[in-house]
Design a protein around this ligand. Structure first.
Ligand code: 5AD
Ligand code: SF4
Length: 457
């Protein structure tokens, strides 16, 4: 049988050009950049880590808060200088800001050549070709099906030990403050077979840890041809069973959907890490209702109790928004008291930032003054610093299984790694290697890390 191969210009030139990609925002966006790198590599483009060498500069963007967008506008100014020196350079804006701002990006002094939303990355080679020919390249269509299931991402984060695997896209929750459903579209789950295939491929390439990613992993739901359903607990088990030596993490859980099944699955497999990121956003039921989170303070506390019961050694982290519309001092006090009650090990904390077109922007008043938001944020950060410190102090004297991830920034003689509970530990290398599991006894802690030594018995 004759196999036909279409020779393209790229086969002759070897490369269609060098692309440089910078990523902002959540882990999902980092994972998407790896999909983009894969699509472009398959189409004859080569990745460069030097912006000066690039023929194409891509920026994968975030819209979650105003300051995320401001940062990208700042970067676009830098690329503008790059383009002045080398006018043939093409600049592309990808991701959530591309989706939100669309033509506005193209019209702004013709700075940007292509604009591509999160569901349109397969179209990138075509769009780049049009841009090379001087036409505008835009595709911001959202899809109900796209999961990039068949694409094998090019790993950009080169520690070679841990990798992200996207299991679903989009979001169906309509939190009133959130831009995500508008920029990432409806929720869809990825075929579990392709997820397992990707995990196996990572293991073959020496990876030791996978983090399953989705906006709301607990609502993962795949129905195959025979109407057989795979939910998140089943998927987690399938991934954990691929290799008991590989750590499995996941992010992000939603309190209203986190099931006991998931907790029991975590308890059953030693290699599913003992850490749950469970964003609460506020400690006040009244504010949670305004946010349309779908649970109350009491319901959330019930979920924490279930975690404590089923997974006693699990750590818990959260996201918190302060100064949401109509938040009173009493609501804020409830946030502080919930934080204290849970004793979070870690938290990401934000001032509420109104996002255009969200329900909160359309129907509610962003009425908490900036100085009050700032003061409340300082208060929750100070409390969390205390809680994080307490959480680390509890580990002093204990011995943990640690996956060695890399050389410590502070000393070449030391490695850093993480415990199952997701705490960073720094320790002298001795005879360990990156990618090994070692047991480390913790002697002290700083604000961000645990410090210990390898303990063989
Ligand atoms: N303002 C401030 N923080 C926000 N987040 C999402 N939308 C906003 C907003 N408009 C936070 C939430 C979410 C995290 C990823 O970002 O805490 O969990
Ligand atoms: Fe930012 Fe949300 Fe988009 Fe992630 S999904 S890049 S957090 S706007």
């Amino acid at each position: 049988m004759l196999i036909h191969k279409a020779f393209t210009l790229t086969d002759i030139n070897n490369t269609a050009g060098k692309f440089y990609i910078e990523t902002y925002g959540c882990q999902m966006n980092f994972s998407d950049s790896e999909v983009v790198a894969s699509i472009l590599s398959d189409n004859g483009y080569t990745l460069t880590r030097s912006i000066d060498e690039a023929d194409i500069i891509l920026v994968n963007t975030c819209s979650i808060r105003e300051n995320a967008e401001t940062r990208v506008w700042g970067r676009l100014d830098v690329y503008r200088l790059q383009k002045k020196e080398k006018p043939s350079v093409l600049i592309g804006v990808l991701g959530c800001m591309a989706e939100r701002l669309k033509e506005k990006l193209l019209s702004k002094e013709k700075l940007v050549d292509i604009v591509v939303g999160p569901d349109a990355y397969r179209d990138l080679p075509t769009l780049l070709q049009s841009a090379k020919e001087g036409q505008e390249g835009i595709n911001v269509l959202l899809s109900r099906e796209e999961t990039y299931a068949d694409i094998n991402p090019v790993r950009l984060d080169k520690n070679g030990v841990s990798a992200f695997v996207s299991i679903m896209r989009g979001c169906n929750n309509m939190c009133t403050y959130c831009v995500v459903p508008y920029v990432r579209g409806a929720e869809r789950s990825r075929d579990p077979e392709t997820i397992i295939r990707e995990v196996k491929e990572l293991i073959n390439n020496g990876y030791k840890e996978v983090t399953l990613l989705g906006q709301n992993v607990d609502s993962y739901n795949w129905v195959n041809g025979e109407n057989k359903k795979v939910g998140f607990a089943e998927l987690l088990e399938m991934v954990a069973k691929v290799d008991h030596n590989i750590r499995v993490r996941f992010s992000t859980s939603h309190p209203k959907d986190l099931s006991d099944d998931v907790l029991y699955t975590m308890a059953m497999y030693e290699n599913i890490c003992d850490h749950i990121h469970l964003p609460v956003q506020s400690g006040s039921s009244r504010v949670l209702d305004l946010m349309n989170r779908g649970y109350s303070r009491e319901y959330y506390m019930g979920r924490i109790e279930a975690i404590r019961r089923i997974l006693p050694s699990s750590t818990i982290s959260t996201d918190m928004i302060t100064g949401f519309c109509a938040e009173t001092e009493e609501d804020h006090e409830q946030t502080l008291s919930l934080m204290e009650w849970v004793g979070y090990d870690f938290a990401y904390m934000f001032k509420y930032s109104e996002r255009p077109n969200t329900k909160a922007a359309r129907r509610m008043q962003d009425d908490v003054p900036e100085d009050v938001k700032a003061r409340r944020l300082t208060e929750i950060i100070e409390l969390q610093n205390k809680l994080s410190e307490e959480s680390k102090k509890k580990d002093i004297g204990k011995r943990f299984k640690v996956l060695v991830e890399g050389v410590s920034k502070k000393s070449d003689e030391q490695f850093y790694g993480r415990t199952s509970q997701n705490k960073v530990v720094v320790f002298p290398k001795e005879d360990s290697k990156i990618g090994d599991y070692v047991f480390v006894k913790v002697h002290e802690s700083t604000q961000a890390t645990l410090i210990g030594t390898i303990s063989k018995s």
